[in-house]
Ligand binder design. Structure first.
Ligand code: PMP
Length: 413
């Protein structure tokens, strides 16, 4: 059961959108945080403050406004570094996880991956951590391999060492956005390193929900997006070990990433600036810093425990519908998943189910969740997906179940 300590009420009160009824006058039951999270007032206010009080471009201006904008922007980098236990110069601002993966695939990948090398992914990868590697494999002649999952979406690591043989790179999701499965990075990363591979962790669903320390994990790259962890859209982080970043050529080029430019030739700034061409997403980076401060204030251990308890409750409540044909996918162990449950109600299409839930103010996602190969492997055309975050409660799970009951009755189930 979830601790009743008043903390959750305080958290909910910090999210203005949760107090707004839907157009049908229902309470908003937001169960789609794996797609994007809601934002607390402090994050929204940080955006307003920047534009109202100190909007200026960073790094070049000598006047007070520009100095303040630069200081706040760089301070946000410090906050993000602390949040994942990194050094400040290992935090590269990007737009999102997708851009971070592409940056590594082009900059590190083009320079290091050759024909005959292998790249190891998992069968649970989001398209963002799959397609860039497919393109790299096509450019270089490298081979793609996959860590398999069983019928419940649990990793099968029995052949890991064989899969790692000849591997240059492992790119793997910390947490699956479709099934919530948590990858045991403490097993995979040391074995990947022993095989000589560099490891990129797609942390889009990891950093928002689990306490992450990139040094303890010994991840070489760790990528994540602000919008899934209380921050704005359009800002994300590529963490890279400094010695790796220092050896990588630029991805984008232009202003702000240079050391010296001549008409014929250019030398480049050290990381992270080398990878931040053009005017950065200043306001969003600053607000992202506020978002991670908020999460630290709540405590990442609390976040994990809250979501684990909520997931356990949801699995138990959803199981009541199993005799009527509700299929629950993914591992059934709340300790093995992070706040995501995919399901289907008998032969009701996931989109129809999601539309009926929407009439009750309940937001769930329906579709392939950007994991089309997984859907095909499992033989699912689509699933409905409920995903939880710090502001969700047992009342939200109860509302979801009442909505499923309504849908079941409508379809005569
Ligand atoms: N990886 C995973 C596991 C995700 O869940 C997502 C977003 N759904 C992404 C990558 C891509 O994130 P973004 O769209 O912010 O680049």
């Amino acid at each position: 059961m979830i601790a009743v300590d008043g903390k959750i009420e305080q958290i909910i009160a910090d999210f203005p959108i949760l107090a707004r009824p839907t157009s049908r006058g229902k309470r908003l039951v937001y169960l789609d945080s794996a797609a994007t999270s809601q934002k607390p007032r402090a994050v929204i206010q940080a955006l307003v403050d920047y534009y109202e009080q100190y909007n200026a471009n960073i790094h070049r201006g000598v006047y007070e406004l520009a100095a303040r904008a630069t200081a706040e922007f760089e301070q946000a980098r410090v906050k993000l570094a602390r949040f994942i236990g990194a050094e400040t110069n290992e935090i590269v601002w990007v737009r999102n996880t997708t851009e971070a993966v592409n940056l590594v695939a082009y900059s590190w990948g083009n320079a290091n991956v050759r024909a005959g090398d292998a790249i190891l992914l998992t069968e649970l990868e989001h398209h963002s951590d799959l397609v860039p590697w497919q393109l790299l494999a096509q450019r270089t002649g490298a081979e793609l391999r996959f860590i398999p999952v069983d019928e419940r979406g649990r990793y099968v690591l029995d052949d890991l060492d064989a899969l790692l043989d000849g591997c240059k790179l492992v790119a793997c999701a910390h947490v699956s956005n479709t099934l919530g499965t948590i990858l045991p990075l403490d097993v995979v990363i040391p074995r990947a390193h022993a095989a000589g591979a560099v490891v990129l962790v797609d942390g889009a669903q990891g950093a928002p929900h689990l306490a992450v320390n990139v040094k303890a994990l010994d991840a070489d790259f760790y990528t994540f997006s602000g919008h899934k962890m209380l921050g704005p859209t359009g800002i994300g982080v590529l963490y890279g070990k400094h010695e790796l970043l220092a050896g990588m050529p630029p991805f984008f080029s232009g202003g702000d990433m240079i050391r010296k430019v001549g008409y014929a030739q250019t030398t480049f700034a050290d990381p992270p600036r080398r990878f931040e061409a053009g005017t950065s997403n200043i306001a969003d980076a600053i607000a992202y810093g506020v978002a991670v401060e908020y999460l630290q204030g709540v405590g990442m251990e609390w976040v994990r425990e809250h979501e684990r308890a909520l997931t356990a409750y949801a699995l138990q409540r959803l199981a009541e519908f199993e005799p009527r044909g509700l299929a629950i996918y993914g591992p059934r162990d709340p300790a093995a998943i992070s706040g995501v449950i995919s399901f289907n109600l008998a032969d009701v299409h996931a989109h129809d189910l999601a539309s009926i839930l929407d009439t009750e103010g309940i937001c769930v996602r329906a579709g392939h969740h950007c994991t089309m190969p997984l859907m095909e492997k499992m033989g699912w055309s689509a699933t409905a997906r409920a995903s939880f975050y710090i502001y969700n409660t047992e009342a939200d799970v109860d509302a979801l179940c009442a909505g499923i009951e309504k849908a079941a009755r409508l379809f005569g189930i």
